[in-house]
Design a protein around this ligand. Sequence first.
Ligand SMILES: Nc1ncnc2c1ncn2[C@@H]1O[C@H](COP(=O)(O)OS(=O)(=O)O)[C@@H](OP(=O)(O)O)[C@H]1O
Length: 428
Amino acid sequence: MSPPAAQPGVPGGRGSKVPPARKLLCMCSLSLCLTYLCYSLMGGTGPGALRSPAALPGTAAPRSPATLPGTALPGPPRSPAGFLGGSVAPDPSAAPARAGNSSREGAAGAWPRTPLAPGEVITAQSGAFERDPQESSTTDEELSRAGSPGSRGGGGSSSTTPDYGEKRLPQALIIGVKKGGTRALLEAIRAHPDVRAVGTEPHFFDRNYEKGLEWYRNVMPKTLDGQITMEKTPSYFVTNEAPRRIHSMAKDTKLIVVVRNPVTRAISDYTQTLSKKPEIPTFEVLAFKNRTLGLIDASWSAIRIGIYALHLENWLQYFPLSQILFVSGERLITDPAGEMAKVQDFLGLKRIVTEKHFYFNKTKGFPCLKKPEDSSAPRCLGKSKGRTHPKIDPDVIHRLRKFYKPFNVMFYQMTGQDFQWEQEESDK
Ligand SMILES: Nc1ncnc2c1ncn2[C@@H]1O[C@H](COP(=O)(O)OS(=O)(=O)O)[C@@H](OP(=O)(O)O)[C@H]1O
C-alpha cells in the first residue's frame, strides 16, 4: 500500500517528525478529554454534567491514565469551546455552507431522539430499521440460517460459492462506519478471488457475542488455504466492547474503517431512518439540544457516530494504528480502484480488483462493479445506497461543520491522514 501522504503541519502525520505513538495517543486522548469537558460544561450532556470522553455513551473507558480529567495537558489544536454549545457566531471566513447534494435531495423528516445508556450498542436501532440486505441488515433469522449446522454459511455470500474448504474466523473486518460506504467496499473486495466474505452483517461483537465463537465461525463462508475470510458490521466501530472482544479473538485481526465527512454521514444516517419512519422530526430539530444557543445534541447517535476521534481512541487501546486501515468514503466513490489498491495492499493481496472492475453508472450516480463474465447483470448497489438526502438548512450544516471540526482535526492527527472534510465546498 502506498503510505498516506505526509502532512506538513499535522503533528503525527507520517511525513513529520513523529513522536512515539504512545505519546501521541496520550496527547490526543487528553485533548479529546478537554474538548469533551468543555462541551459538558457548556451543557452538552446535561446540566452540570462533567463528563470525560469515556463517559460518552457508547465509548469505552480509556485505560490510559492520561485520559483522566484533571491531568494538565495541551488542548486541542484549535479551541473547541467555540464549536461546542453556546452560541456559535457564524464564521465569516468559512465557506458558505450549502445544502447537501441537491440533485439527490428531496423529502424532509427525522428520527427519534434516542439517548443511549453507557455501553448500549448504538445499532440496536439499525436492527429495528435496516432490513435491506444491502444495509446493516442481518436479521437473526437470516443468521441462524447461515449459522445453522450443515448450512453452507456465508449469510448471503456468492451463489457461486464452492462447497469445499473450511469455515474460519475472519482475519479481517470492516468495522465501520455506518453509512460510510461499507457495503460498496465489501462488494468490491469480494470480487477478489482470495477473499470470501459474509454478505449479511453478523453483528457478533455487539449483539451476538453471547452466541460464542463457534456460532460466529459457522456464519462464515468456507475458504481454501490462503483465502481471507471477512465480514462487515459497521456498528463495531462505536461499540464499547468490540475492540477488546476482537483482540481476544485474534490480536492480529486487520481492521478497516470507511470514514466519510461526519456531517454528510449524519444526514445519510438520518435519511435511512426517515425512509423507515417518515413521521420522525426533522434533522434540524434532532440535531440540536438547544438551537437558539446553537447547542448540538451529541447524544443523538447520528451525530455521535461521526466523532471519529473519540471512537478511535477506544480501538487504539487494543490495536496499533498500523493494523487499522482508514478508507475514504468520498474517494471510494470518486476513485474506487485507487481505494481498492490500498485495501488489497493492506490485506496482503495481489492487486486484482482494479479500474477494470468498475464503471460509473450514470443512472445510479455511483460506480458499479462490471458484470462478471458469467453473469448477465452489472452489479450496482441497491436503492438503499445512494439515497436522495433531504435538503437541510444551510445554517445547520454550517454549525455542524464547526462542531465536528476539532474532532476531525484530532482524527487527522491520530491517523496521520487528512481527509479534507473542511475543504469540501458542499456536503455531498
Ligand atoms: N458504489 C456505490 N454505490 C452506492 N453507494 C455508495 C457507493 N460507494 C459509496 N456509497 C455510499 O455508501 C453509503 C452507504 O454506506 P454503507 O454501505 O456503509 O451503509 S450501511 O451502514 O451499511 O447502511 C451511501 O450513502 P447514501 O448516499 O447516503 O445513501 C453511498 O453514498
